[in-house]
Ligand binder design. Structure first.
Ligand code: SF4
Length: 370
C-alpha cells in the first residue's frame, strides 16, 4: 500500500541514498513549478499520503514553504543548505564532497543525518562515524558505488566495521544507545525492512510524473510510471515484492535496503541484487550478530532478543551453487520461509525450484555446472 511520496523539489535536489543526482549543485537549480507542487500537495492530501521533500542547495520562495507546510511531511536537506531550516524533524544529508562539513558540526546537533559515503574515503569511515554518532539522533549510512567494490574494498570495509563495532559496544555499555541503520537496526529486526520503492512509496519528479524512486528519475526522465491525471502504471509490479525475489526471500540480512535501483543497474533485474550488495549487507549483518551476542550477555534489555544465527556464506547465491549439506543453517533458514509447500523439499530441490523462476540465474547455474 502506498504510504508516502518522495517529491523532488528542484532538478538540483540532493540525493539521499545510493543514486546520484548529476545536476546536484547550486548553479543547476531549477525549482519545481509552483502549480505542479500545488497539485502534488492536493494529491497527497486526497490520498492520505505523507511527503518526503528533497531540497536542493538553493532556497525556495516563501510561498513554496507555505504550501509544503500544508502536507504531513519530512524535509531532507543537503548539509550546505541546512542553516535555512529550523524544522526539528528535518534530516541532514552529508554528501560525498561535504565530509569536512561533518567534522565541523556542533556537538549539540540533534537532527537525523544521512551520510552518503564515497568508496575512496572508506578507510576514514569509522573516524567519521565516531565523530557523528554522538551529534545526531540517528545516523543512516549509504555507501556509494557499492557495485564497484572489489575484494580489497571488502577487506577495508570489514576492518572499518570491526572498529565501528568497538565504538558501538563502548557506547551501549556506558549507557548510550546509538542508532546506526547498518548495524543497530538488525539487532531488533525479525523480518525484512527494505526500501520498498514502488510499493510503499513513489517519487514525483519536478515534471509532476511518478517514478519508482528518485534514482530512476535522475537516470532517465522517460522512465515514469504514470502521473496524477492518468494514474499509476507499474509494469510487472509483482516483481517488486519480496515473494518474487528468490534470493532475498531466503536471506536474513533484514536491514538491507534491497535497492531496486541498484538491482536494475547491476543485474538488469529489479528483484535480483548484485553480489557486492549482498556481501556488504552480510558483513554488516555479521557485525550485528557479534554485537548482539556480546550485549545480550551484558545488558538486560537484550536478554530476550532473538539471537542472529551463525552462517558461513556472504551471499545467499552461494547456497545456490553449493553441494547439499555444504552450508550451515540452510535448513533453519528455509524452515522460516512462509510458503509451507516448500518445506517438504530438500535444500537442493528447493533452491532449484526457486531458480526456475529466474531464467538468468538458471543459465548462470548451468554454465557453472558444465
Ligand atoms: S530503490 Fe530505494 S534505496 Fe534504492 S536508490 Fe531508490 S530510494 Fe534509494
Amino acid at each position: 500500500m502506498l504510504n508516502y511520496l518522495i517529491v523532488i523539489l528542484d532538478q538540483a535536489s540532493t540525493s539521499f541514498c545510493y543514486y546520484n543526482n548529476p545536476a546536484y549543485s547550486k548553479s543547476n537549480s531549477k525549482p519545481i513549478p509552483y502549480n505542479t507542487l500545488n497539485r502534488i500537495v492536493d494529491y497527497a492530501l486526497e490520498n492520505s499520503l505523507m511527503i518526503n521533500y528533497l531540497f536542493g542547495i538553493d532556497s525556495l520562495p516563501e510561498k513554496y514553504h507555505k504550501l509544503i507546510a500544508k502536507s504531513q511531511h519530512v524535509k531532507i536537506v543537503p548539509a550546505q543548505a541546512f542553516d535555512y531550516f529550523s524544522d526539528e524533524e528535518a534530516i541532514m544529508v552529508i554528501n560525498e564532497n561535504e565530509l569536512e562539513f561533518a567534522k565541523s558540526l556542533e556537538n549539540n546537533f540533534t537532527h537525523n543525518i544521512i551520510l552518503r559515503f564515497p568508496k575512496s574515503n572508506l578507510p576514514e569511515l569509522s573516524e567519521i562515524v565516531e565523530l557523528l554518532i554522538h551529534k545526531c539522533r540517528r545516523l543512516n549510512l549509504s555507501l556509494l558505488d557499492i557495485n564497484k567494490y572489489n575484494n580489497d574494498d571488502f577487506d577495508v570495509y570489514k576492518r572499518q566495521l570491526d572498529l565501528i563495532y568497538d565504538i558501538i559496544e563502548d557506547s551501549y555499555l556506558s549507557g548510550h544507545s546509538v542508532e546506526l541503520n547498518f548495524i543497530s537496526d538488525r539487532l531488533m529486526l525479525t523480518e525484512m525492512n527494505n526500501c520498498n520503492a514502488g510499493l510503499t512509496h513513489l517519487t514525483v519528479g519536478p515534471n509532476g510524473k511518478f517514478y519508482l524512486c528518485p534514482g530512476f528519475y535522475c537516470d532517465n526522465v522517460n522512465s515514469s510510471v504514470g502521473d496524477m491525471n492518468s494514474g499509476i502504471n507499474i509494469k510487472n509490479k509483482y516483481l517488486l515484492d519480496l515473494e518474487h525475489a528468490p534470493i532475498c526471500r531466503i536471506c536474513d540480512a533484514y536491514h538491507c535496503k534491497r535497492c531496486i535501483y541498484l538491482n536494475q543497474k547491476t543485474t538488469l533485474e529489479i528483484n535480483t541484487p548484485s553480489h557486492e550488495q549482498c556481501v556488504v549487507s552480510h558483513f554488516e549483518r555479521n557485525t550485528s550478530k557479534l554485537l548482539l551476542d556480546e550485549l545480550s550477555t551484558r545488558l538486560e534489555v537484550f536478554h530476550d532478543q532473538e539471537p542472529i544465527p551463525e552462517i558461513d556464506y556472504l551471499d545467499p547465491f552461494e547456497l545456490v551453487k553449493s553441494i547439499p549439506g555444504e552450508h550451515k543453517n540452510v535448513n533453519k533458514k528455509i524452515s522460516q520461509d512462509q510458503n509451507k509447500k516448500y518445506k517438504q523439499l530438500s535444500d537442493r530441490e528447493l533452491l532449484l525450484k526457486i531458480l526456475n523462476q529466474q531464467e538468468r540465474i538458471l543459465k548462470l547455474l548451468n554454465s557453472k555446472t558444465k
